[in-house]
Write a protein that binds this ligand. Sequence first.
Ligand code: SF4
Length: 225
Amino acid sequence: MTPTTPPPSQPTLAPTELEHAHPADIVRWAADQFGVEHLVLTASFEDAVLVHVAATAVPGIEVVLLDTQYLFAETKWFAEELRRRLDLNLRIEHPTPDIVPDNLWQTDTEGCCNVRKVLPLQRALAGKAAWITGVRRADGPTRSNTPVASFDVGRGLTKVNPLATFSDDDVELYQQLYDLPKNPLSERGYPSIGCWPCTRPVAPGEDKRAGRWSGSNKTECGLHV
Ligand code: SF4
């Protein structure tokens, strides 16, 4: 099955119930509705919350990290640390073999994100009925209307955002509650973490995503549009 063919039996979503549900219950709901083999979760490993929620709610759920060839060393270390600690079913999705490190990010960020993020995501989603992400409304203005679950017409599957309603305080509290480790960069001024060429630390009071593609009009890599 390709991402554009209809996934198996799409459920009737109950947005009002999901809106107030705990993230773990939302992940369980998705597993009940679609079957764990038809779920895929993508994680940027900016923090541990999403993978902890998902792996404890539905052990064995597939977790995908898109390795763009430009991830921070800290992010790679953190993903491996969480794989070990949480026994994650972690899959690393790479660009195709013809894509090698180059300077495309300096001249064409859309093209660079396309071959390193958008197309690998397409492969990760192939054959799946639902895609779980860590997008939150509190990430910033461009994400303030993020639904907990919706049908992604372009990709032909249901997109589930279990943390959509989580505030920054909720994230912090969850990390403390479960004594979760943090990506070392988060302590060094990086509240949003992507590829190293396109991410800078932010100053106090700056928007959390201000350090992503700083100095350009780009605000999203193309995964969550
Ligand atoms: S975030 Fe930057 S380096 Fe990463 S894929 Fe996009 S343009 Fe390339």
